[in-house]
Design a protein around this ligand. Structure first.
Ligand SMILES: N[C@@H](CCC(=O)N[C@@H](CS)C(=O)NCC(=O)O)C(=O)O
Length: 341
């Protein structure tokens, strides 16, 4: 048995280049259950919603599917647990879910005080305001004294209070825990303004208002909302797997590997593609408690990041979102993956 000092000397000398694969309790339990328990939105079209057939779809749902494809070999082996904002961290802390994939903002207190951990940002967002056109408001600066609908247990609530205080304006929050109630409050006029992350405003305008064209999102974006999956602290192998699933999807987009061409790409000689897909002697899965083909399965069964974005929230969907900050770094966006090597 090497003691710590000796181990560091050995590592520094480059005599031992890797440590043994990390064991993951979460992975063990998932294998036993045969499914990944994934915390998702209660009903937010484009991100996470169950259809009348009970089938879950959405951008975040595809993250759950990608994790299941990597961890269990089958994107369908997911148990979806719908959670509102206030319930989500307790569900993770208690072990009810293995991962939370539900527009959750990475903040310092959430990362360091809740026994939870963040690693990937799968959607760069920011908080905005949705208003009926009939209000004839063009800027958030005109919202003095407004009634504003907001969901509790969110960063949204806090940013709202900071923004109005900073701009020396008053407002009346109309708060509810359940998204359905927040939406009903807005649609039934109990508030004039709806505030949340801009992506969620686009989803709500498209799917939950009578006439989407009667509503506009104001130009001000008042916060940074880096949204990403959350895992429990203390199971690094699992947390790293969840993070690297996102990086694999970004890497695939960078390399032009899609769900449609991934089988051909397996014989491509580009070493980056070989590492992503676990070809040749490459096995980057082992160190995250997995096998060499984890990346291949993610792309084959779910797709690369761009495919998932366009499928659920892109220009051809009711949400009509631009890639914006979620474009690849090579296209002027913020989505960037560290190299697989
Ligand atoms: N990103 C923010 C807000 C996330 C959030 O919960 N947004 C609401 C927008 S209304 C939502 O998506 N609710 C969906 C639900 O409760 O199912 C956070 O992490 O606190």
């Amino acid at each position: 048995m090497l003691n710590k000092k000796l181990l560091s000397i050995v590592l520094a000398a480059g005599l031992v280049s890797t440590l043994p694969a990390m064991a993951s309790k979460t992975m063990e339990s998932i294998k036993k259950k045969g499914e990944v328990s994934c915390g998702v939105n209660t009903a937010l079209a484009g991100f996470g919603i169950a259809g009348s057939d009970g089938k879950w779809t959405g951008f975040d749902v595809d993250y759950c599917r990608a994790i299941a494809a990597a961890a269990l070999g089958d994107a369908n082996k997911v148990r979806y647990v719908p959670l509102n904002a206030s319930q989500r961290f307790t569900a993770l802390q208690s072990g009810e879910i293995d991962v939370l994939a539900r527009n959750t903002t990475w903040t310092m207190s959430r990362d360091t005080q809740l026994g939870t951990t963040f690693g990937a940002t799968n959607f760069f967002d920011g908080q905005g305001f949705l208003v009926p056109k009939s209000l004839k408001v063009k800027s958030a600066k005109q919202l003095k004294g407004a009634t504003i609908c907001v969901q509790s247990g969110t960063t949204t609530e806090k940013n709202l209070s900071d923004y109005f205080r900073m701009n020396k304006m008053t407002y009346k929050p109309v708060v509810a825990e359940d998204l359905k109630i927040v939406i009903a409050n807005y649609n039934e006029g109990r508030c004039k303004v709806f505030t949340s992350d801009a992506s969620q405003l686009a989803a709500i305008r498209a799917n939950d208002t009578k006439q989407p064209d009667d509503h506009i999102i104001l130009p001000e974006i008042i916060s940074k909302e880096p949204l990403g999956p959350v895992t429990r602290q203390g199971d690094e192998a699992w947390s790293k797997l969840v993070t690297w699933v996102h990086f694999a999807m970004i890497t695939a987009e960078e390399l032009g590997v899609t769900s449609a061409n991934v089988d051909q790409m397996r014989s491509d000689t580009n070493p980056e593609i070989q590492r992503l897909l676990g070809q040749g002697n490459n096995d980057f899965g082992k160190s995250i408690g997995n096998d060499a083909q984890w990346g291949y399965r993610v792309i084959k069964q779910v797709g690369n990041y761009g495919e998932v974005f366009e499928r659920h929230v892109g220009k051809k969907t009711p949400l009509k979102l631009d890639r914006g900050q979620n474009a690849l770094w090579t296209n002027g966006g913020l989505q960037y993956a560290p190299p697989i090597r």
